[in-house]
Design a protein around this ligand. Sequence first.
Ligand code: HEM
Ligand SMILES: [Cu+2]
Length: 485
Amino acid sequence: MTMAATAGRSAISPRAAVLSYLAVSGIVLLLMMLFGLTMRLAQAQWISVSPDFFYVVMTMHGAGMVGIAGLCSAAVMWHFVRRHVPVSTAVFLTNLVFFLIGAVLILGSGFIGGFGAAWTFLFPLPAHSMGLWSVNAAAAYLVGLIFIGVGFLLLHLDIARGILSVYGGLGAALGVKQAFGLTDKAGPPPAVTASTMALIANILGILVGAAVLIISLVNLYVPSFTFNALAAKNLIYYFGHTFINVTIYMAVIAVYEILPIYAHRAWKTNWAFYLAWVLSTVFVLTVYTHHLLMDFAMPTWTLVAGQIISWLSGLPVLLVTAFGTLTVVYRSGLRWNPAAALVFLGVAGWAIGVIPAIADGTIAVNSVMHNTQWVPGHFHTYLLLGMIAMVLGFMTYLTNPQPRYGFAWLGYWLYLGGGVVFVLAFLLAGSVSVPRRYAVHVAQWLPYDRMGSIGAAFAIVGVLILIVRFFVGMRAAASAQDPSG
Ligand code: HEM
Ligand SMILES: [Cu+2]
C-alpha cells in the first residue's frame, strides 16, 4: 500500500489508513532521531558541524518531532474513537496529505533555505536572519506549519462532529456529570473522553497559532507591520505548548485500550477518572504561562497562576492513568509481551518525566534551570520514553499478534536502556547548568554530551528494530482481523 494509492483512492479501509499514518510516522521518527543524534555528536565534538547548520538541524528536529508526535498520536486516537462515533476516513487521510505538504515546506525551508530560528519561530526572529536565510525561506517554514495546523483542525472538527452526533454535547462526551456525581449513568468510553479533551484544546490552540503565524508572515514581507513581541510569545506558546501536550492525551488512549486486552480486565472508569479529564481540559489551556516565568514584563499574577497551574495541570490525568494501569496489571496474570510492556513503559516514562518538569515549573527553580539542558531532559523523558513508547506499543499491538516476540524484545530493551542513558545525560548536564540550544560546548560539558550520544545511538537502534518489525508485520496486519477481536 503506497502513499499514492492511499491519497488517490477513497475506498481505502480505515485500518489501512491508520497503518499509513504509522508507516509515515515510523520513517519520519527515525529520520528526526538521526537529526537529534547529529546535534548530540556535534556537541560532543565527535563530529564537526558548523553552528549555523546546527541551528537548522535543531529547528528541523523540533518542528519535525512535534509534528510527528501529533501525527502518530492522532492515529491512536482515531483508531479507537471510531469504534464509538462516526468519523470520515477521507478527512483523516486529508490530514495526512496536509501534513506531508507541510513537512516538505518545512524541510525545504531548513535544508534548502537555511531557516534556523528554532521550531518556536519567536517573533521577530524569523525576520532577522542576519543573512543566514531569506524571507522566502522563513515564509516556507511558517506556511508549512499552517498546513499542518489546518490538517489537524479538519481532523478534530470531524471527530467533534461525530462525537456531537452521538453524545449531543462536549460536556456529555467528557463525562462532566459523572465527574461531579450528578448522574448514575455509565460515562462515555475513555477514548471518547480523551478525544473530546484533545479536540477542545487543539482547536483553540490551532486557531491562536494560525493568528500568530499569519501576523509573522505579514511582518516578513511588510517589516513596518509589527506586533508586540511579548503578546506574540504568549500566542506562540499557547499554541505550541498545547499542541505537544495534547499528543500525550491522544496517545494515552493506547494504554486504556491495549493493557486491558492483555490483562483480561476492563479499564474501569469512575467519577475520579472523569473529574481528572475535566480538570486537565481546563488546565491544559492555561498552563502555557510556565514558558514566561522569566519574562519580567508579564503581570505577576499570570506568572503565579502559571506556576500553580503547572503543578496541577498534568497531574489529575496522570494519577488516574497510573493508578488505573497498576490496578489493571496487578495480579492479573498478564503474560508480558512487547506491546503491553511498551504501553506500560509509556505510563512510567510519562510519570517520571513529569517530576523534573514540575520542579522546573516552580519560579524559584526556573530562575536557575531555565534554558539549561534540564528542560530537554524532562521533555525527552515523557515524550521519548512516554508518548512515543505508547505509540510504539500501539504499532506492535497492531502488527504482531503471534507470540514470536524475540526481535521486538531486543528492540524494546535497547530503546529503554539507551533512552534512559540519553535522558539522564541531559538531566545531569542541566543540574550543573549546561545551557540548552548551544551549538558549541566547552570541554567541561563533553562527558555529558558523549554519554548522551551513546545512549541516543542505542535508543535509535532499538526503535529501528521495533519499526522494522512493524513494517514486516504490516502486510499481514492490513488484511488481518483486529487482534482485539
Ligand atoms: C533518540 C532520540 C532523540 C535524540 C538523540 C534527540 C536529541 C535532541 C537534542 C540534542 C536536542 C537539542 C538539545 C539542546 O538544546 O542542547 C533536542 C531538542 C529537542 N527535541 Fe529531541 N531528541 C530525540 C527525540 C525526541 C523526541 C521523540 C521528541 C518529541 C516527540 C523530541 C523533541 C525535541 C524538541 C521539541 C527539542 C527542542 C528544540 C529546540 O530547542 O528548539 N526529541 N533533541
Ligand atoms: Cu509547556
